[in-house]
Ligand binder design. Structure first.
Ligand code: ZN
Length: 698
């Protein structure tokens, strides 16, 4: 995981997932009566003062300030004073202004981040009990009001007056010709490109939190799923959260030779009832009823597996859930829509997701996904799965995970090696240079990186928290048991250290801190997984052989095929909501079900031999994550591209550093610089083709 705290203000707007980045932004066009006169007057005045060469900059700057100015910012006199005082009319002044903003914003963001890290310390680290007030510290965000403050004290207007706002189209078409300084200027201006009123942000946060709450309590009590004969397939107390746990149970059931298939079919039935909202309201998170998901019969529980009293608000009946799932989704849409007028360069949530957060146009994302979904490799891999299962495919086999190789080394053996080597976090800290050398970095670089990484004992499984200013260090949070680190902890630590390495290069070695970081989380994940994949070699053991690698590739291909379809449903549903802004939850339910079926029928039915399946609508992200799902399949594609490139060059250390230093330009520019090609599906498809050949070798 990477810290959600932004690298500079820009990423407050651009990189965090879900609702978190719906921070303040651009104003609705100003219609103040004095504005036109003031602008005409200032334009003439500034051109006379600074010359014709500045004419375009003056016009653009005035327009950008006008677009964001609100009545409460001041009258004509204040507006004119801000412009007159702060327009940098010659290159030397502009350079000074740029450099100072870059330095000071690094300080702001860096110190805010350090406060946040300190405030979260008790919650994040294994340092004894968390007291109630610790939670309040952990939840406090000192940077929450920075953007409002910057508009109020007019620093935001200084930026808008002097540096260009850009559209994604401009960044894509002209960006490759820009200098690095121009890129940094574009990122600087972007930080102030929107000014969304506080009440709109609040409405978005509320809709998000209500959807989160709905999703986080959507449990199915598995022991209470019964068949026609009243038989129970699942053990007592098993409570699965939709959709994550239900999906993972389907995966786990492949190894249950006796009841696996029946369990999987039952879960599929449950999922379909959730999507279509024919699920009885009474069975959601309720162990006091038994439910047959096929007949939809609901009865008082014949057996008890919890001591909690039955929920008072749930009547024993099979009355369906009243489209609550879609009501929550609709609320997130209605709240997001309120921000549209304040976001002139990206006037819908769909635009903001693709043009601002991902910086890959929606049409290109769709094309890449379709390229995977309609690839001739799909039926080939499907056939292989069918062969391995020894039965025709069922719709839930979109979650088939039987390609994943079982480890060659027994868990206990690995745990013993790791715990002996790393009895404490300090032991891992000391060994970082050695680990990095084994991963392909030069001794000098390994030492340099080790000096920039601090290892802390994590409360959870581990995470990486980069610094946001060059005077600070990245933190590697790793879990070390009393008996020492175990293999799972080590494997995660190598992954998180990969993030730290990326964070260190992309902050400390990038030419402009305004460009610190990577284009989006998929890039840092790909780099982290690259190192994680070599963890056995660090322990002096042999890496997975070519055949296991091939199986892993097939597994990734199949998951990309699965999640790619979910992403297309997510995208189509958001378009439907924008096309039908006045719709009811029931209408949205019907539309979603139809969209899920259509996409299934186009890309899955030919392979699975079954039509009208609605499983692609089950992801919880679709309800509470504001069009986040496409990030997952894009992440797979990016991962394969980077991996392929690293295999080709063979110089992991040097290449890692070179590509991490590119910083936060568009994903395509970054990828062209790294590998010679824009973001695309080819690397995954080529690897899959090779993997198929490899596993079929005699
Ligand atoms: Zn990660």
């Amino acid at each position: 995981m990477r810290t959600l705290l932004p690298v500079l203000l820009i990423s407050i707007l651009c990189t965090t997932p879900a609702f978190a980045q719906e921070h303040p932004s651009s104003a609705a066009p100003s219609n103040l009566s004095w504005m036109t006169d003031s602008m005409v007057k200032l334009h003439l005045e500034l051109v006379a003062k600074y010359g014709d060469a500045q004419r375009d900059r003056i016009g653009r700057g005035l327009h950008q300030v006008m677009e964001h100015w609100r009545p409460e910012d001041g009258d004509a006199a204040v507006f004119e004073d801000v412009v007159r005082t702060n327009f940098a009319g010659d290159q030397a002044t502009l350079d000074t202004m740029f450099n100072r903003f870059e330095d000071l914003l690094e300080q702001l963001s860096g110190h805010m981040h350090e406060i946040n890290r300190a405030f979260r310390q008790q919650a994040d680290l294994d340092l004894g009990p968390i007291l109630p007030f610790d939670q309040i510290f952990a939840g406090y965000d000192p940077s929450a009001h920075v953007l409002d403050d910057f508009f109020e004290n007019k620093l935001a207007f200084v930026v808008l007056l002097n540096f260009p706002l850009t559209t994604l189209h401009e960044r894509l078409t002209e960006g490759p010709k820009w200098t690095r300084r121009q890129w940094a200027e574009a990122r600087l201006a972007q930080a102030f490109s929107k000014r969304i009123p506080a009440d709109v942000n609040l409405a978005i946060a509320q809709a998000a939190s209500q959807a989160d709450q709905y999703i986080s309590q959507y449990n199915i009590w598995m022991y209470h799923l019964v068949d026609d004969k009243g038989q129970r397939l699942f053990p007592p107390k098993l409570r699965l959260l939709s959709h994550w746990n239900l999906r993972d149970e389907i995966k786990a059931d492949y190894s249950d030779k006796q009841n696996g298939l029946a369990k999987q079919s039952t879960i599929q039935q449950v999922m379909e009832r959730i999507v279509t909202q024919t699920i009885p309201q009474a069975v959601v998170d309720n162990p006091s009823v038994d439910w047959n998901p096929f007949t939809n019969d609901v009865k008082p529980a014949a057996e008890k597996d919890t001591d909690n009293p039955a929920p008072a608000d749930k009547k024993i009946s099979n009355a369906p859930e009243p489209s609550t799932r879609y009501q929550k989704l609709l609320k997130t849409f209605q709240a997001s829509k309120k921000a549209d007028p304040y976001s002139p360069t990206a006037p819908t949530l769909i635009d903001r997701r693709f043009d601002e957060d991902r910086e890959i146009p929606e049409k290109r994302v769709e094309e890449m996904l379709v390229q995977v979904l309609s690839s001739p490799l799909v039926p080939k891999v499907a056939k292989l799965i069918q062969l391995r299962l020894g039965r025709p495919l069922e719709p839930f086999d979109i979650w088939y995970d039987g390609f994943l190789p079982r480890g060659v080394y027994p868990q206990a053996e690995l745990d013993a090696i790791v715990s002996k080597r790393y009895p404490t976090p300090e032991a891992y800290q000391k060994d970082i240079p050695n680990i990095l050398v084994k991963l392909g970095f030069s001794l000098e670089k390994a030492q340099y990186l080790a000096n920039h990484i601090i290892v802390d004992p994590a409360r959870g499984s581990g995470h990486a928290m980069g610094a946001e200013m060059r005077s600070e260090k990245a933190h590697l949070r790793t879990r070390v048991e009393k008996t020492g680190m175990n293999y799972k902890g080590f494997n995660i630590a190598v992954h998180e250290m990969g993030h730290n390495v990326e964070q260190t290069f992309s902050l400390n070695e990038v030419d402009h801190t305004l460009l610190a970081g990577v284009p989006n989380t998929a890039f840092t994940e790909a780099l982290a997984m690259l190192l994680q994949g070599h963890d056995l070699e660090v322990l002096g053991l042999s890496s997975p052989d070519e055949k296991s690698e091939a199986f892993r590739t097939l597994n990734d291909f199949w998951s990309t095929y699965e999640i790619g379809g979910v992403a297309l449903v997510d995208m189509a549903v958001w378009h439907w909501m924008y096309d039908h802004p006045g719709s009811t939850p029931t209408q949205l339910r019907d539309a979603t079900v139809q969209i899920a079926k259509d996409i299934w029928n186009r890309y899955y039915a030919p392979v699975f031999g079954k039509k009208d399946v609605v499983l692609l609508g089950i992801y919880s992200h679709m309800i509470h994550s504001f069009l986040y799902v496409p990030d997952y399949p894009i992440g797979h594609l990016i991962g394969f591209q980077i991996e392929k490139h690293m295999k080709k060059t063979g110089k992991v250390g040097d290449e890692f550093e070179r590509i991490a230093k590119e910083g936060r330009v568009t994903p395509d520019m970054w990828m062209i610089n790294a590998t010679g090609k824009p973001v695309g599906a080819e690397a995954l498809l080529e690897a899959t083709e090779r993997a198929l050949a490899k596993v079929q070798e005699k």
